[in-house]
Ligand binder design. Structure first.
Ligand SMILES: Nc1nc2c(ncn2[C@@H]2O[C@H](COP(=O)(O)OP(=O)(O)OP(=O)(O)O)[C@@H](O)[C@H]2O)c(=O)[nH]1
Length: 286
């Protein structure tokens, strides 16, 4: 599925840091790889130590809010979850930024990419966070890792990527989605679900209709792409997401302007004022 009207060329230029600019000039995106649904008894190892989990702090500030580290012990008798094979997140980002496909796998440690992207005649400073191992789901126990939690609070638009060759990555999309919605309750915060590795049809474990159905249930956009074979498809998704975030930023600044207009006080009731003035005068005369 191709996103409408998203096939224009764009400029890429490295920037040291995204400078502060007017609304719409900066876009913060997170690409999250959904993975790691563990099954009881899968590993059979001893109970894992408590994992540091960051609970979202309520904050409306777009800046990075303070994080509260909280230790949540996993219920006893739950086996640890091993992250599944790598998905495709870094490959997607690199494809968007350089148009090149990286065929080799190198574990990523959470890179933040900053680039100037040409979007509808404007230069937009885009920051993209590549998140290493994201979420651990074990039946009723969902644990969001530190790196993910920070990233979710910081970002304004999200790509939730699973691999069509890895069913458990598909199963992790929903809890990830719910976590994002908890942190960003504004339903307009764009989240796009992406089924990657669409070229590996012989190894497909997730049907297209399952991706569509999930996106439908969650009220999200969905598409399948192949990072290795469809560079344009990858660029289209990122550009679409950038546009959606820019739109939201503009809408937010308009809302703020509107709410900052001080309402005019009601005009005083002149009859009442005259009556009270007369009363005051007559009491002085007496
Ligand atoms: N065939 C095929 N392989 C892909 C595609 N996208 C990514 N890959 C390969 O999948 C492997 C993992 O991709 P990465 O992007 O490094 O995975 P990651 O999710 O960033 O992994 P972490 O660094 O562990 O977070 C690499 O060998 C990629 O070349 C695709 O669309 N098709």
């Amino acid at each position: 599925m191709r996103l409408p009207g998203m096939s224009q060329p764009f400029l890429l230029a490295p920037i040291a840091e995204c400078p502060p600019g007017p609304p719409g000039a900066q876009v913060r995106l997170a690409v999250l790889g959904a993975r790691g649904v563990g099954k009881s008894g899968e590993c059979g190892a001893a109970r894992p130590p408590p994992l540091p989990v960051l609970l979202p702090c309520p904050s409306s500030s777009p800046a990075r809010p303070p994080l509260l580290p909280v230790l949540l012990p996993c219920p006893p008798a739950r086996p640890p979850v091993l992250p599944n094979a790598a998905l495709c997140v870094s490959a997607m980002i690199v494809r968007f930024l350089t148009k090149r496909f990286i065929g080799d796998y190198e574990p990523n440690t959470g890179n933040l990419y900053s680039r100037l992207v040409h979007l509808d005649g404007d230069h937009v400073a885009v920051q993209i966070q590549d998140t290493p191992g994201c979420i651990q789901v074990q039946e009723d126990c969902v644990q969001v890792l530190d790196s993910l939690s920070r990233c979710v609070k910081w970002a304004e638009g999200f790509l939730l990527v699973y691999s069509i060759t890895d069913y458990s990555s598909y199963q992790s999309v929903q809890p990830l989605y719910q976590h994002i919605r908890k942190v960003h309750p504004d339903a307009r915060t764009p989240i796009i679900i992406v089924g990657n590795k669409a070229d590996l049809l012989h190894a497909r474990q997730v049907q297209t209709k399952e991706g569509l159905q999930l996106a439908d249930e969650l009220g999200s956009l969905f598409l399948e792409i192949s990072t290795s074979e469809d560079s344009q498809g990858v660029c289209d998704v990122f550009q679409y997401l950038c546009k959606e975030v820019s739109k939201l930023q503009l809408a937010g600044s308009t809302d703020r302007r509107r709410s900052s207009i001080i309402p005019r006080p009601k005009s005083p009731n002149m009859q009442d004022l005259k009556r009270r003035f007369k009363q005051a005068l007559s009491s002085k005369v007496k």
